[in-house]
Design a protein around this ligand. Structure first.
Ligand SMILES: *Cc1c(COP(=O)(O)O)cnc(C)c1O
Length: 360
């Protein structure tokens, strides 16, 4: 069977070194060893050190592991919000974080905008913005990316609120100054190119102080994955539960590979490839970019409106071994979504563009 290349926006093509790292992990019998033992602790420490270097993480941040980004939505609300949260909502994922807050009984405010665009922090009601403001940097369902200047502007305007940023489908491309936000998070099966089943949560001391204050007021922060419990265990390179050890092992290795390649190089290539993709769909007779305003266009998830049924486009490409995503939710038939992640090489994107140009 010939190999496909997955341009789906998650799960996606694995980072090109993952296969070798999995083989090595099995050879070392890493998954059979105790998660309280030295080899796991070393791996945890190395992963955290690599991520600190790769993502330029300030020293007042903790790096924690969960099962998914969906879990982190719940943890952020439980640990950092007493009454109110504000959510900029422009698609399915930002909506789900908002809904998590509603489901946990909070007074959540939604700042909504049309899909394919980004909501403005200027519409935030200052009365509501005392605790937490949630941004989704890259709305994977529509291909809209929030300009990071908007995130910094919200920080300036609402200095008391914690700023949370979902970077699930834009890390490590996104170049965010972590001193100007309070928590970022991602799951690894999208732009990081790893198998699913691991969430990575970066929180600063302000989040910890908030969690401690809530606890002192008698609020329940959750059980094994409360913020204090995660931070306490991370202090000795451990997790409260038996974690996704293989996932953490692979994150260690792949973040090292990305460091060796260099983030500047990854960013440059990402922009070259996204320029090529947007040019292709703009010039194409049957496609056009869904995100009209180029300042909101994602560099890592390119979404095209298609006049041909998306299934037909997907089928034509998959007959060549190129797997792209259909539209998300209500856009299923009208959109195709193309991941432009760190693992996708220039040559692979050029090959995809060639085939896109034959459709129509
Ligand atoms: C996929 C996705 C999530 C949820 O990730 P899970 O790993 O399924 O929990 C959250 N936010 C964004 C932007 C996503 O694309």
């Amino acid at each position: 069977m010939s190999r496909n290349i997955y341009f789906t926006p998650g799960p996606s093509e694995l980072y090109f070194t993952v296969e070798d790292h999995i083989k090595q992990a099995l050879k070392e019998q890493f998954p059979s060893q105790s998660h309280r033992g030295n080899s796991f602790k070393k791996c945890f420490q190395s992963t955290v050190e690599n991520l600190r270097e790769l993502l330029n993480v300030p020293s007042n941040y903790h790096i924690l592991f969960t099962s998914s980004a969906t879990e982190i939505w719940e943890r952020i609300i439980q640990n950092c919000v007493e009454r109110q949260s504000v959510h900029l909502v422009n698609g399915a994922f930002s909506q789900r974080f908002y809904q998590t807050s509603v489901d946990l009984g909070k007074d959540a405010e939604k700042i909504a905008c049309a899909e394919g665009s980004c909501a403005s922090w200027k519409d935030i009601d200052p009365e509501h913005a005392n605790e937490l403001i949630a941004f989704t940097h890259n709305e994977t369902s529509t291909g809209a990316a929030q300009p990071i200047e908007d995130i910094y502007a919200a920080r300036e305007k609402f200095p008391d609120a914690l700023i949370a940023v979902d970077v699930v489908s834009s890390i490590p491309y996104v170049n965010l100054d972590l001193d100007r936000v309070d928590t970022i998070y991602f799951s690894v099966q999208k732009s990081f190119g790893l198998p699913a089943g691991l969430g990575v949560w970066l929180v600063n001391d302000r989040c910890m102080e908030k969690a401690n204050a809530l606890q002192q007021k008698g609020l329940k922060l959750g059980t094994y994955h409360s913020l204090p419990s995660l931070v306490k265990q991370a202090g000795s390179y451990q997790t409260p539960e038996t974690p996704n050890m293989l996932g953490i092992y692979l994150l260690d290795k792949v973040s090292r590979d990305m460091l060796q390649k260099g983030l500047d190089q990854i960013r440059k290539e990402t922009e070259y490839k996204s320029t090529l993709l947007y040019y292709t769909i703009e010039e194409h007779a049957s496609f056009k970019p869904f995100v009209k305003n180029s300042k909101f266009r994602s560099q890592t998830v390119v979404v095209a409106e298609t006049e041909i049924d998306s299934q037909e486009v997907v089928n034509q490409l998959s007959s060549k071994g190129l797997i792209v995503g259909k539209g998300y939710g209500k856009f299923k038939e009208q959109h195709i979504r193309i991941a432009n992640f760190a693992t996708h090489s220039k040559e692979q994107i050029e090959m995809l563009v060639d085939q896109l140009n034959r459709i129509g």
